[in-house]
Design a protein around this ligand. Structure first.
Ligand code: T5A
Length: 214
């Protein structure tokens, strides 16, 4: 049986990942491909419990950046072992809202943690389980934050200053430039219908490249 493909959506706050995950799902459904959708941090009951710890605001005790990094990878270890790796091995495609590229961008670019330590943790936690395709939804930080703010109250990470999210964006764009074979950068600033059309075209091209319509 051929391994499933691993597709991730990345981007800053309010870039439209959750919205566009539905577009990718619709493309896979139309192509008759079995898939599951999931998200990080989270994706299993234990990993979702870690997500709450990571994102709940208002704690009197600040969270150290190192704690944040290790909790991201603790949730990921559970998610990869329990859900992602078994699905891919069974031929099911996995469609995930964020993965290790988010750690590189937020904890590496945003927090300024040592990138070589992030790579070491990634190698330990998920080895060569990397996405086959990553859609980077790129939007100016201020525009994405305004969308996210309109939708819901700020979580712990969303309370960071604008400069933090500008570093995250710059880091994502640098990652995409460094790995052009895996990343596709989508301009996520226009209206939703325009972004949906770009995402659909990108996923269709990937399906054709993978021979997934055969
Ligand atoms: N994190 C995560 C790390 O720091 N390190 C890590 O390793 C990982 C995995 C949680 C947080 O954790 C951090 C990053 C995050 O701070 P999350 O749950 O993905 O990650 O949280 P957010 O990025 O905050 O998710 P959002 O739901 O805010 O953003 P989305 O999913 O990108 O945006 P979406 O689709 O919910 O859209 C937001 C709003 O905008 C509208 C939507 O209708 C919605 O109201 N919208 C548009 N409006 C206008 N034009 C468009 N084109 C639009 N597209 C969507």
């Amino acid at each position: 049986m051929r391994r499933g493909r691993f597709i991730t959506l990345e981007g800053g706050e309010g870039a439209g990942k959750s919205t566009q995950l539905q577009t990718v799902a619709a493309c896979l459904t139309a192509a008759g491909i079995p898939f599951l959708t999931t998200r990080e941090p989270g994706g299993t009951p234990r990993a979702e419990a870690i997500r709450s710890l990571l994102l709940s605001p208002g704690e009197a005790e600040p969270m150290a950046s190192e704690t944040e990094l290790l909790l991201m990878f603790a949730a990921r270890a559970q998610h990869v072992k329990q859900r992602i790796a078994p699905a891919l091995a069974a031929g099911t495609w996995v469609l995930c809202d964020r993965f290790t590229d988010a750690t590189r961008a937020y904890q590496g670019g945003g927090r300024g943690l040592d990138l070589s330590q992030i790579e070491a943790l990634a190698g330990w936690v998920h080895g060569d389980c990397w996405p086959d395709l990553t859609l980077l939804l790129d939007v100016p930080a201020v525009q994405g934050l305004a969308r996210a703010e309109k939708r819901s109250a700020k979580d712990r990470i969303e309370q960071e200053a604008l400069a933090f999210f500008e570093r995250v964006r710059a880091h994502y764009l640098a990652q995409a430039a460094a790995e052009p074979e895996r990343f596709r950068v989508i301009d996520a600033a226009p209206a939703e219908a325009t972004v949906t059309a770009q995402v659909t075209a990108t996923v269709e091209a990937f399906l054709a490249q993978e021979g997934a319509h055969d």
